[in-house]
Write a protein that binds this ligand. Structure first.
Ligand code: UDP
Ligand code: MG
Length: 320
């Protein structure tokens, strides 16, 4: 009996937050690439996650899904963040492997072919690594500095330019979704799960349309999440407050010191007492803040809240 070989299913997934300007172009370009795949060997599905967009993104996604049954959408009840959107898509993906893309075409879908080739040569994670051409000098500088620092502090390796754009085999997908932590820092998670990995270089792409959801502040926050592996604002204020206090006290000390040089000491021991008190209060406040960060993370984990809530989807749970 000659059994017909099962076609391989490729899931292409992308998180979308306020992407009405670019989402249709994204679908056209991605689908054009997927249509080039050998139809006898591959089937594909495209899962787009609407992460609580306030524009027409959901409407557009539902439209696409109506026209093509390979287009799937999951719509959250509010904005849960890119990490939650990627997790939802991976949890709903039925593919033998999945490619994660950004909806703004910064991750060229043309790379899917090369990724599949590498996947078939035995890799479980094919990680696209971008160059930094076109980025501002400031963000390149901070990114480099950040990766240097973070790789010293954390025990998983993080590579500059390697983001969420990657292909994951079924084994890697299952591993990633088996990590149930609330504080998801996907760069760390992808690296932590391991498996056989390889890198694929690509030229940095500018956003096709719309604007980045990242401000300098959100990047800073993301950066701290990466090191402490979440977000508890009042506790973080300790860190900032401590740093500011430390800086102010150093300035005050310099002022006192210059005064002493000019006018001599009026009360002996005053300078050193102030020095010790101010510096150490600053340092202590920073330390309490850091401990607070961890306590806040533990707080978020023990609550065990779901990482996302789905308001609408065309993916049938039964089918899974
Ligand atoms: N995104 C999301 N939820 C968010 C923020 C971003 O799903 O809260 C999506 C966004 O639609 C895009 C991807 O994550 O597909 C990357 O976001 P963006 O382009 O703003 O980031 P950048 O490319 O500037 O790092
Ligand atoms: Mg982008």
């Amino acid at each position: 009996m000659c059994e017909k070989r099962r076609k391989e299913l490729l899931s292409v997934i992308a998180p979308c937050y306020n992407e009405e300007d670019v989402i249709e172009l994204f679908q056209r370009e991605t689908q054009a690439e997927l249509e080039k795949l050998d139809k006898d060997k591959y089937d594909y599905e495209i899962i787009l996650v609407n992460d609580g967009s306030r524009d027409r993104t959901l409407e557009l996604l539902m439209d696409m899904a109506e026209k093509d049954k390979r287009m799937k959408y999951i719509s959250f009840s509010r904005n849960f963040g890119k990490e939650a959107a990627m997790l939802a898509a991976l949890e709903h993906a039925k593919g033998d492997c999945a490619v994660i893309l950004d909806a703004d075409l910064q991750h060229p879908p043309q790379l899917i072919h090369q990724m599949l080739e590498l996947y078939h040569s035995g890799y479980d994670q094919v990680i696209a690594k971008r160059s930094r051409s076109g980025d501002s000098k400031r963000s390149t500088f901070f990114a480099r500095l950040y990766y240097k620092l973070v790789n010293k502090l954390v025990d998983v390796e993080m590579v500059d330019g390697a983001g969420d754009f990657r292909l994951l085999s079924r084994a890697a997908i299952d591993a990633v979704i088996s990590l149930k932590e609330t504080n998801r820092f996907s760069k760390g998670i992808f690296s932590w799960v391991g498996f056989h990995q390889t890198y694929l270089e690509y030229e940095n792409q500018l956003r096709a349309s719309g604007e980045t959801k990242w401000s300098f502040k959100s990047l800073l926050r993301y950066g701290i999440d990466g090191i402490l592996s979440f977000n508890v604002q009042p506790l973080r204020i300790c860190v900032y407050g401590g740093s500011a206090l430390l800086l102010l006290s150093i300035m005050y000390l310099i002022y006192l010191f210059v005064r002493i040089l000019q006018h001599g000491i009026d009360v002996p021991g005053y300078f050193t007492t102030i020095l010790i008190i101010t510096i150490f209060s600053g340092v202590q406040l920073i330390s309490i803040g850091i401990i607070g960060e961890y306590v806040g993370r533990i707080y978020a984990e023990v609550k065990k809240r779901p990482m996302y809530l789905i308001a609408k989807t065309n993916i049938d749970k039964e089918e899974q």
